[in-house]
Design a binder for this molecule. Structure first.
Ligand SMILES: C[S@@+](CC[C@H](N)C(=O)[O-])C[C@H]1O[C@@H](n2cnc3c(N)ncnc32)[C@H](O)[C@@H]1O
Length: 308
């Protein structure tokens, strides 16, 4: 139950779940990496002035992979300067329709309208022939479901396009309950259940074993090997009483995954689940779920690439 941590049929996600997690996602993201990508895009725009003298500026071209209902765009577009043209890619037409509806009136940090197009496409098709011309390829909460080969193919496509990448909110495997004093609650059952959850995240989703919580390391190594400059930051969810509906939904998803992973131990799973849920509901515990954000920029002097 990786990638967004709640099950649907593996790669299908409900708008309800994506909407529930959006405030925690936006709070968790690293502001410095967002600022750094904004600066990189501004330098790149300055290095590639518009061809037509009358245009003020060539829009920054951004591709959002696995965009869902548009959470990444809603976070990023108002924090980036300048005209922006976004291409939202997902295989789920219902989520793409939601994204269009909810993002059409967004503006950039300096008040310019956002140009938006949606593209119902598989991720594989997107990186096989869809990333040319992008200044930035971005994604959020996407990578744990992919295989190691997917990540290599994505990195190849990004390198060919010469774009920067900003990949937010990849799970890193850290899950901890803490008591009111901040001490970790990490007994034998927690250790056992969390190891089983990790194993579940690596299950084959159709194209080979998924990278699960190894996604941050795989992304870092793939882009580093291709000469990219890497910056990373922790972006954990910290779920207290104000985030109880999200924590409850997450725990329900974990219980389902644990039933799949440990079919002989349903009672033990249910007891652990009930105890930790009760701790959260009675405000005896909070829940931390680790993620990492990654910014990778091509090296080699002034930003350059497809638009040169
Ligand atoms: C966890 S959701 C994240 C959505 C969004 N980025 C966010 O942060 O809310 C993952 C998204 O990837 C899409 N997705 C998963 N596998 C895909 C594939 N093979 N091709 C295209 N889209 C895919 C799903 O439809 C879903 O919208």
């Amino acid at each position: 139950m990786p990638m967004s941590q709640l099950p649907a049929t593996d790669a299908l996600f409900s708008d309800q779940w994506l909407t529930l997690r959006e405030p925690a996602d936006h709070r968790a993201r690293d502001a410095q990496l967002t600022h750094a990508v904004d600066q990189w895009l501004t330098r790149r725009a300055a290095a590639h002035p518009p061809r037509e003298a009358r245009s003020l500026e060539t829009p920054r071209s951004v591709i959002d992979l696995g965009c869902g209902s548009g959470s990444n765009l809603r976070y990023l577009a108002p924090r980036l300067q300048g005209a922006q043209s976004w291409r939202l890619i997902d295989h789920d037409s219902g989520l793409l329709a939601q994204a269009r509806l909810r993002c059409e009136s967004l503006s950039s940090a300096d008040g310019q309208p956002i140009h938006l197009e949606t593209d119902q496409l598989s991720l594989t098709a997107a990186w096989e022939h869809g990333l040319e011309g992008a200044d930035l390829v971005t994604a959020s909460a996407l990578f744990d479901l992919l295989t190691a080969a997917d990540i290599e193919a994505l990195a190849d496509a990004c390198q060919r396009s010469g774009c920067a990448v900003l990949f937010a909110l990849s799970i890193d495997g850290l899950i901890r309950f803490h008591d009111a004093g901040g001490s970790a609650l990490y007994g034998d059952d927690d250790r056992f259940m969390l190891a089983a959850l990790q194993a579940h995240q690596h299950r084959d989703k159709g194209g080979g074993p998924a990278v699960g919580s190894e996604a941050p390391r795989r992304l870092r190594e793939s882009f580093h090997r291709r000469g990219y400059l890497i910056r990373e930051a922790a972006a954990p969810w910290r779920l207290g009483p104000e985030s109880l509906p999200l924590a409850e939904a997450l725990m329900a998803g974990w219980r389902k995954a644990l039933h799949e992973q440990l079919p002989q131990q349903r009672d033990r799973v249910d007891q652990w689940h009930a105890r930790r849920l009760d701790d959260l509901q009675r405000e005896r515990a909070t829940l931390t779920v680790g993620h990492r954000d990654l910014l990778a920029t091509p090296t080699g002097g002034t930003p350059s690439g497809a638009r040169a």
